[in-house]
Write a protein that binds this ligand. Structure first.
Ligand SMILES: C[S@@+](CC[C@H](N)C(=O)[O-])C[C@H]1O[C@@H](n2cnc3c(N)ncnc32)[C@H](O)[C@@H]1O
Length: 410
């Protein structure tokens, strides 16, 4: 028979009988997609893997514990033949042919009437990849092509120019601590769809360089604010650009809701009637210590961590932080925006009972090429910061976890 390419098609299986013969690894891999497609799956197999058995126990599929018998495929719309018995596979395949049921065979793709493509999904599109003919079938190749396409769609590097899915309004995107690889897949995709990006100084600035030339990139710190507060001016810029029908990304460092004023921006947009999507980000409060080899919790050492803003000193009446109570906690303290005030913070913690020997680490510009870690104790941190010229942005970690990592991790 001449070798023609397979004809690709999408089966709509909701409520339709699909028969799966054999309950081994092949069934285990294929069943979730059949169930997700709404198929009425009948599994015929004397045995099944624990995962397949769990699907039957959960009522997702019907399992008849026996070998294949002639007539099993009579009501099927589609069949997957994957038993370990070559004779049963042959007989079932012949029955499928007789009843004109499209059937996949795990043992002999050449003799099957259908092939399962390598599939993946992103943003409402299913990508299915098939090789052109049976001889050239190479599942690793099709899976690699599928991965490349799906990843490109997810991270926005593969965009169909005239069919861009645009998220209307503004997306508040947490960009992570600085390393461009530490933004979420969704954040990266929204960036790739943006017409305007309003970015903070912190966060993955390298990503801005990758944006196409038509994208307007605005440095949030440079928005003139005249009679407004800087934050109001940023809110107004977001609203103005969104009202012009543009896709606007507000790219923020870390997570938008961790000392990021994300909710203020969301509220201003809501008042202006502009739709807003919030994309969480990896906060520097956990990731920057981690990048410097410090876990914020560790079994037997710290069962809690508390993230505090140190932007106002403990004795400042604007401070909302209960430093005397924090001094009594046994876990890890993570201080953001605290480089300038660390001397007063350390004094206050010691005055309220923390040991002056408590280890402290300052991690400056974490996850970037300029990352630097400086170690001290509560007693020495004020002078260390000056002597070592530690500068913001830095995350300060206070507690025994500072000492638990292997030296090489730093
Ligand atoms: C205004 S807060 C924003 C925090 C951000 N929303 C987050 O979740 O990471 C800024 C502070 O975060 C910390 N920070 C952010 N990125 C950092 C980085 N790459 N290295 C060290 N500290 C960082 C510093 O303490 C800095 O002063």
């Amino acid at each position: 028979m001449a070798e023609h390419p397979a004809y690709p098609v999408g089966l709509r299986l909701t409520g339709r009988r699909v028969v799966v013969l054999g309950g081994g690894q092949v069934a285990q891999r294929r069943l979730p997609a059949l169930v997700a497609a709404g198929a009425d799956v009948l599994l015929v197999s004397p045995e099944a893997t624990p995962s397949v058995e769990a699907m039957a126990d959960a009522g997702e599929i019907t399992w008849e514990r026996r070998g294949y018998a002639d007539g099993d495929l009579a009501d099927a719309w589609y069949a997957l033949i994957a038993t370990s018995d070559p004779d049963a596979n042959e007989r079932a395949s012949a029955e499928a042919e007789r009843h004109r049921v499209w059937c996949v065979r795990s043992d002999d793709a050449d003799r099957a009437t259908a092939w399962t493509p390598a599939t993946g999904r992103s943003e409402g599109v299913t990508v299915a990849v098939l090789t052109t003919d049976a001889k050239g079938r190479d599942p690793r190749h099709t899976a690699a092509v599928r991965d490349a396409v799906v990843e490109g769609l997810r991270d926005g590097t593969l965009v169909a120019p005239h069919h861009r899915t645009r998220t209307p309004g503004v997306a508040l995107v947490g960009g992570g601590p600085g390393d461009p690889d530490l933004i979420t897949v969704r954040g990266r995709r929204l960036l790739a769809e943006a017409d305007v990006v309003i970015a903070d100084r912190l966060g993955p600035r390298d990503l801005l360089a990758e944006l196409p030339p038509h994208v307007e990139v605005i440095d949030a710190a440079k928005i003139p604010y005249g009679r407004f507060m800087a934050q109001e001016a940023i809110n107004n810029a977001l609203i103005e650009h969104a009202r012009q029908g543009k896709s606007v990304v507000r790219l923020k460092g870390g997570d938008p809701y961790v000392f990021g004023r994300g909710m203020e921006e969301l509220q201003a947009l809501a008042e202006a009637g502009i739709p807003c999507t919030v994309v969480p980000g990896i906060s520097s409060s956990i990731s920057v210590p981690g990048a410097a080899g410090i876990p914020v919790t560790h079994r037997g050492v710290a069962h809690e961590f508390t993230v505090v803003s140190g932007h106002v000193a403990p004795d400042d009446e604007r401070s909302l932080v209960d430093w005397p109570s924090l001094a009594k906690l046994t876990g890890t303290l993570v201080v953001l925006m605290g480089v300038d005030k660390i001397g007063r913070i350390a004094e206050t913690l010691v005055a309220h009972g923390k040991s002056p020997d408590t280890p402290v680490a300052l991690v400056q510009e974490g996850t970037t090429a300029a990352q630097r870690r400086v170690d001290a104790t509560l007693a020495t941190v004020a002078e260390t910061v000056v002597a070592q010229e530690v500068r913001p942005p830095a995350v300060i970690v206070i507690g025994e976890v500072v000492g638990v990592g292997p030296h090489g991790a730093v």
